[in-house]
Design a protein around this ligand. Sequence first.
Ligand code: F6R
Length: 357
Amino acid sequence: EKGTYPHFMLKEIDEQPLVMRKIIQAYQNEDGNLEIDSDIKQAMGATDRIYIIACGTSYHAGLVGKQLIEKLAKIPVEVHLASEFGYNMPLLSAKPIFIFISQSGETADSRAVLVKVKEMGHCAITITNVPGSTLSREADYTMLLHAGPEIAVASTKAYTAQVAVLAILASDAGAATGAKAELDVVKELGIVASAMETLCNSKEEFEKIATEYLAVAFDCFFIGRSVDYYVGLEGALKLKEISYIQAEGFAGGELKHGTIALIERHTPVIALATQFGVNGAIRANVREVAARGASTCIISMKGLETEGDRFVLPAVHELLTPLVSVIPLQLISYYAALHRGCDVDKPRNLAKSVTVE
Ligand code: F6R
């Protein structure tokens, strides 16, 4: 039930700190460390390449997951859209394993790929919010999200739960592949949960940004580099699906290869700057669009901030920034949609789970 909330989406955004804590509890062993199923760990230790298959927001979580698994477990990862992979399968490695990411566990495009790879005899793991769902039953192993029911069509807490579970998978799989543990996941997810709380208590700020930048906008760009680019893709999807504003997530450095032609006076450009290695580069991209008249809004992270940044996120581990940087984007989308009179929880033309291919 919604309780005192006007919409499920807002309630589900607010539940994210609690979901982080539930995930820690669910994956904690007696020693207090986070642990995955020993069979999954063994499979991760034996594979030469992981194929992540998903759609929509879950695909965006998969992009972040690739980064986590490659950095923490040192296993190469490819991320594919289910609807593409099924019809145009890439050349597979010798010992592939498949990870299906699906909130509902019922997405037909993902299921079609799962059926195919099981026929080929490959190992499949499903990361889902719904125990007993089709994708869970048909895979060899399941990892649950523990996010609680997600009712709003626009996915919010499932995304952050997916990223957190992928971090746990990546970090514990690192033990199986002999990669040195670089992330104290219990501690860092705890810090993330507190940072999420701070953001959920800053709603007026994000409502103001929505009003200022998006009240009369026709389009909006989300730019970032590295993992911020992946979060930008998710921010754009959120904004499109609930506010119907044309939105695009873009890699900062790629703008000059064509898309910058779309920047006009007052075009909103929301930039994420949470990554040390590309902080200078993304800010240069912001200056490029600002010089063409864009209304720029920089969301940066404590330690990387510069004067003029519109919002500074509390600092979290560099690999886990998507868990916090996505929250402003969820809230900005929510308020933009609300102010435009859109049906936030049930956007037009969309269903919560897409059970047709
Ligand atoms: C966007 C959204 C969709 C889903 C996609 C996959 O907010 O909810 O893009 O992420 O349809 O759904 P699942 O994760 O259930 O497979």
